[in-house]
Design a protein around this ligand. Sequence first.
Ligand code: MLT
Length: 259
Amino acid sequence: MLPAIHDTGTGAPVLFLHAFTLDASQWDHQVAALSDDMRCIRVDLWGCGSSPAPPAGEPALDGFAAAVLAALDSLNIDKVAVVGLSMGGYLAFTLWRLAPQRIRALALCNTRATADTAAARGDRLAMAEQVEREQSVESIVEPMVARMLSPGAHDEAHIVDPVRGRIRRCSPAGIAFAQRAMAARPDSTALLASIDVPALVIAGSRDAIIPTQEVRAMADGITDARYRELECGHLSNLERSRAVNQELATFLTAATMAS
Ligand code: MLT
Protein backbone atom coordinates (compact mmCIF):
# COMPACT_ATOMS: atom_id res chain seq x y z
CA MET A 1 0.00 0.00 0.00
CA LEU A 2 1.45 3.37 -1.04
CA PRO A 3 1.26 6.42 1.21
CA ALA A 4 -0.24 9.67 -0.12
CA ILE A 5 2.37 11.30 -2.35
CA HIS A 6 2.64 15.04 -3.09
CA ASP A 7 4.85 15.69 -6.12
CA THR A 8 5.60 19.36 -6.83
CA GLY A 9 8.05 21.06 -9.18
CA THR A 10 10.75 19.94 -11.55
CA GLY A 11 14.46 19.30 -11.22
CA ALA A 12 16.56 17.03 -9.03
CA PRO A 13 14.25 15.04 -6.71
CA VAL A 14 14.15 15.86 -3.00
CA LEU A 15 12.16 13.76 -0.52
CA PHE A 16 10.72 15.59 2.50
CA LEU A 17 9.79 13.56 5.61
CA HIS A 18 7.59 15.20 8.23
CA ALA A 19 7.59 15.20 12.04
CA PHE A 20 5.30 13.32 14.42
CA THR A 21 1.69 14.55 14.59
CA LEU A 22 2.17 16.58 11.40
CA ASP A 23 1.88 15.75 7.70
CA ALA A 24 3.50 16.63 4.39
CA SER A 25 2.05 20.16 4.49
CA GLN A 26 4.60 20.89 7.23
CA TRP A 27 6.95 21.52 4.30
CA ASP A 28 4.74 23.99 2.39
CA HIS A 29 7.13 26.94 2.89
CA GLN A 30 10.11 24.90 1.68
CA VAL A 31 8.23 23.57 -1.35
CA ALA A 32 7.13 27.10 -2.27
CA ALA A 33 10.76 28.26 -2.11
CA LEU A 34 12.43 25.29 -3.80
CA SER A 35 10.01 23.76 -6.30
CA ASP A 36 10.94 26.08 -9.19
CA ASP A 37 14.34 24.36 -9.22
CA MET A 38 13.75 20.98 -7.56
CA ARG A 39 11.18 18.20 -7.69
CA CYS A 40 9.80 18.17 -4.16
CA ILE A 41 8.32 14.80 -3.18
CA ARG A 42 6.40 14.57 0.08
CA VAL A 43 4.62 11.65 1.71
CA ASP A 44 2.13 11.55 4.59
CA LEU A 45 2.69 8.93 7.29
CA TRP A 46 -0.07 6.31 7.62
CA GLY A 47 -3.13 7.84 9.25
CA CYS A 48 -1.85 11.41 8.79
CA GLY A 49 -2.63 14.00 6.10
CA SER A 50 -4.17 12.17 3.14
CA SER A 51 -2.59 8.74 3.74
CA PRO A 52 -4.64 5.62 4.37
CA ALA A 53 -4.83 4.04 7.83
CA PRO A 54 -1.80 2.07 9.03
CA PRO A 55 -1.59 -1.51 7.81
CA ALA A 56 -2.21 -4.37 10.23
CA GLY A 57 0.84 -5.82 11.97
CA GLU A 58 3.62 -4.70 14.25
CA PRO A 59 4.20 -0.91 13.80
CA ALA A 60 7.73 -0.29 12.51
CA LEU A 61 9.49 2.53 10.71
CA ASP A 62 11.03 -0.13 8.41
CA GLY A 63 7.58 -0.92 7.01
CA PHE A 64 6.83 2.70 6.27
CA ALA A 65 10.33 3.22 4.80
CA ALA A 66 9.67 0.31 2.42
CA ALA A 67 6.42 2.02 1.38
CA VAL A 68 8.32 5.27 0.78
CA LEU A 69 10.80 3.43 -1.46
CA ALA A 70 7.86 1.89 -3.34
CA ALA A 71 6.40 5.40 -3.72
CA LEU A 72 9.69 6.56 -5.28
CA ASP A 73 9.62 3.51 -7.59
CA SER A 74 6.08 4.44 -8.65
CA LEU A 75 7.44 7.84 -9.70
CA ASN A 76 10.42 6.24 -11.48
CA ILE A 77 12.80 7.99 -9.10
CA ASP A 78 15.97 6.12 -8.29
CA LYS A 79 18.01 8.50 -6.13
CA VAL A 80 16.87 11.38 -3.94
CA ALA A 81 18.17 13.94 -1.53
CA VAL A 82 16.33 13.34 1.76
CA VAL A 83 15.23 16.07 4.18
CA GLY A 84 13.79 14.81 7.48
CA LEU A 85 12.72 16.65 10.61
CA SER A 86 12.56 14.82 13.95
CA MET A 87 10.53 11.64 13.22
CA GLY A 88 11.33 12.40 9.58
CA GLY A 89 15.00 12.16 10.58
CA TYR A 90 14.41 8.79 12.26
CA LEU A 91 12.85 7.68 9.00
CA ALA A 92 15.79 9.08 7.02
CA PHE A 93 18.13 6.89 9.13
CA THR A 94 15.85 3.92 8.42
CA LEU A 95 16.11 4.62 4.67
CA TRP A 96 19.86 4.94 4.97
CA ARG A 97 20.01 1.55 6.72
CA LEU A 98 17.75 -0.14 4.16
CA ALA A 99 18.77 1.51 0.89
CA PRO A 100 21.76 3.89 1.12
CA GLN A 101 22.25 3.61 -2.66
CA ARG A 102 18.99 5.53 -3.13
CA ILE A 103 20.20 8.56 -1.13
CA ARG A 104 22.16 11.41 -2.72
CA ALA A 105 22.31 13.76 0.28
CA LEU A 106 20.87 13.97 3.81
CA ALA A 107 19.49 17.02 5.62
CA LEU A 108 18.66 16.13 9.21
CA CYS A 109 16.70 18.73 11.16
CA ASN A 110 15.88 18.71 14.89
CA THR A 111 16.50 14.99 15.14
CA ARG A 112 18.67 12.44 16.91
CA ALA A 113 20.42 9.18 16.06
CA THR A 114 19.89 7.53 19.45
CA ALA A 115 17.01 5.21 20.36
CA ASP A 116 14.49 6.02 23.11
CA THR A 117 15.23 5.70 26.79
CA ALA A 118 12.97 3.28 28.68
CA ALA A 119 11.04 6.27 30.09
CA ALA A 120 10.50 7.83 26.66
CA ARG A 121 9.32 4.48 25.31
CA GLY A 122 6.84 4.20 28.18
CA ASP A 123 5.49 7.71 27.46
CA ARG A 124 4.99 6.82 23.78
CA LEU A 125 3.11 3.63 24.54
CA ALA A 126 0.94 5.51 27.05
CA MET A 127 0.00 8.12 24.43
CA ALA A 128 -0.76 5.41 21.88
CA GLU A 129 -3.14 3.76 24.34
CA GLN A 130 -4.68 7.11 25.33
CA VAL A 131 -5.69 8.17 21.80
CA GLU A 132 -6.96 4.68 21.03
CA ARG A 133 -9.01 4.62 24.24
CA GLU A 134 -10.41 8.11 23.58
CA GLN A 135 -10.82 7.48 19.85
CA SER A 136 -9.72 11.08 19.41
CA VAL A 137 -6.47 13.04 19.17
CA GLU A 138 -7.96 16.15 20.80
CA SER A 139 -6.31 15.66 24.19
CA ILE A 140 -2.81 15.71 22.67
CA VAL A 141 -3.25 18.86 20.54
CA GLU A 142 -2.30 21.54 23.07
CA PRO A 143 0.40 19.48 24.86
CA MET A 144 2.06 18.76 21.50
CA VAL A 145 1.83 22.42 20.42
CA ALA A 146 3.42 23.45 23.72
CA ARG A 147 6.30 20.99 23.26
CA MET A 148 6.94 21.59 19.58
CA LEU A 149 6.83 25.39 19.35
CA SER A 150 8.97 27.86 21.26
CA PRO A 151 7.03 30.29 23.50
CA GLY A 152 7.26 33.16 20.98
CA ALA A 153 5.76 31.05 18.20
CA HIS A 154 2.70 30.16 20.34
CA ASP A 155 1.37 33.67 19.72
CA GLU A 156 1.94 33.51 15.95
CA ALA A 157 -1.39 32.39 14.49
CA HIS A 158 0.16 31.72 11.09
CA ILE A 159 2.46 29.13 12.71
CA VAL A 160 0.36 27.66 15.51
CA ASP A 161 -3.03 27.32 13.80
CA PRO A 162 -1.78 25.13 10.92
CA VAL A 163 0.11 22.98 13.46
CA ARG A 164 -3.15 22.41 15.39
CA GLY A 165 -4.93 21.61 12.13
CA ARG A 166 -2.32 19.05 11.10
CA ILE A 167 -2.48 17.27 14.46
CA ARG A 168 -6.30 17.13 14.23
CA ARG A 169 -6.05 15.60 10.74
CA CYS A 170 -4.09 12.62 12.15
CA SER A 171 -6.25 9.70 13.19
CA PRO A 172 -5.82 7.99 16.57
CA ALA A 173 -4.55 4.96 14.63
CA GLY A 174 -1.94 7.13 12.87
CA ILE A 175 -0.70 8.61 16.17
CA ALA A 176 -0.60 5.17 17.79
CA PHE A 177 1.29 3.68 14.83
CA ALA A 178 3.88 6.49 14.88
CA GLN A 179 4.44 6.27 18.63
CA ARG A 180 4.83 2.48 18.62
CA ALA A 181 7.07 2.55 15.54
CA MET A 182 9.30 5.26 17.06
CA ALA A 183 9.43 3.37 20.38
CA ALA A 184 10.67 0.29 18.52
CA ARG A 185 13.27 2.06 16.41
CA PRO A 186 16.88 0.91 16.79
CA ASP A 187 19.79 3.11 17.76
CA SER A 188 21.28 4.62 14.59
CA THR A 189 24.46 5.98 16.16
CA ALA A 190 26.60 3.26 14.54
CA LEU A 191 25.26 4.30 11.12
CA LEU A 192 26.60 7.84 11.36
CA ALA A 193 30.17 6.92 10.36
CA SER A 194 28.85 5.22 7.22
CA ILE A 195 27.19 8.38 5.90
CA ASP A 196 29.33 9.28 2.91
CA VAL A 197 26.94 11.64 1.13
CA PRO A 198 26.75 15.41 1.74
CA ALA A 199 25.01 16.10 5.06
CA LEU A 200 23.42 19.16 6.63
CA VAL A 201 22.31 19.16 10.26
CA ILE A 202 19.99 21.84 11.68
CA ALA A 203 19.23 22.34 15.39
CA GLY A 204 16.96 24.76 17.27
CA SER A 205 18.45 26.59 20.26
CA ARG A 206 15.05 26.46 22.04
CA ASP A 207 14.12 22.92 21.00
CA ALA A 208 12.37 21.39 24.04
CA ILE A 209 12.21 17.90 22.48
CA ILE A 210 15.72 17.38 21.09
CA PRO A 211 18.33 19.64 22.73
CA THR A 212 21.13 21.11 20.66
CA GLN A 213 23.76 18.97 22.45
CA GLU A 214 22.14 15.82 21.08
CA VAL A 215 21.85 17.23 17.57
CA ARG A 216 25.43 18.46 17.69
CA ALA A 217 26.66 15.02 18.84
CA MET A 218 24.85 13.47 15.88
CA ALA A 219 26.46 15.96 13.47
CA ASP A 220 29.89 15.28 14.98
CA GLY A 221 29.47 11.58 14.15
CA ILE A 222 29.02 12.30 10.43
CA THR A 223 32.13 13.06 8.40
CA ASP A 224 31.96 16.62 7.08
CA ALA A 225 28.38 17.41 8.11
CA ARG A 226 27.53 21.10 8.07
CA TYR A 227 26.00 22.00 11.46
CA ARG A 228 23.73 25.01 11.76
CA GLU A 229 21.99 26.18 14.94
CA LEU A 230 18.98 28.49 14.58
CA GLU A 231 17.17 30.45 17.28
CA CYS A 232 13.88 28.53 17.40
CA GLY A 233 12.02 25.58 18.88
CA HIS A 234 11.58 22.04 17.58
CA LEU A 235 9.87 22.93 14.29
CA SER A 236 12.72 24.95 12.77
CA ASN A 237 11.24 24.83 9.27
CA LEU A 238 8.09 26.60 10.49
CA GLU A 239 9.57 29.01 13.02
CA ARG A 240 12.57 29.97 10.86
CA SER A 241 11.26 29.08 7.44
CA ARG A 242 13.34 31.67 5.60
CA ALA A 243 16.62 30.61 7.21
CA VAL A 244 15.83 26.92 6.64
CA ASN A 245 14.90 27.63 3.02
CA GLN A 246 18.24 29.37 2.47
CA GLU A 247 20.19 26.55 4.14
CA LEU A 248 18.36 23.91 2.11
CA ALA A 249 18.65 25.80 -1.18
CA THR A 250 22.43 26.18 -0.79
CA PHE A 251 22.95 22.64 0.46
CA LEU A 252 20.66 20.85 -1.99
CA THR A 253 21.89 22.81 -4.99
CA ALA A 254 25.52 21.94 -4.22
CA ALA A 255 24.71 18.31 -3.29
CA THR A 256 22.62 17.56 -6.35
CA MET A 257 25.05 19.29 -8.73
CA ALA A 258 28.01 17.41 -7.28
CA SER A 259 26.51 13.95 -7.84
C1 MLT B 1 8.69 14.65 16.22
O1 MLT B 1 8.64 15.89 16.23
O2 MLT B 1 8.73 14.00 15.18
C2 MLT B 1 8.66 13.94 17.54
O3 MLT B 1 8.53 14.81 18.60
C3 MLT B 1 9.88 13.10 17.70
C4 MLT B 1 9.86 12.30 18.95
O4 MLT B 1 8.80 12.18 19.60
O5 MLT B 1 10.91 11.74 19.30
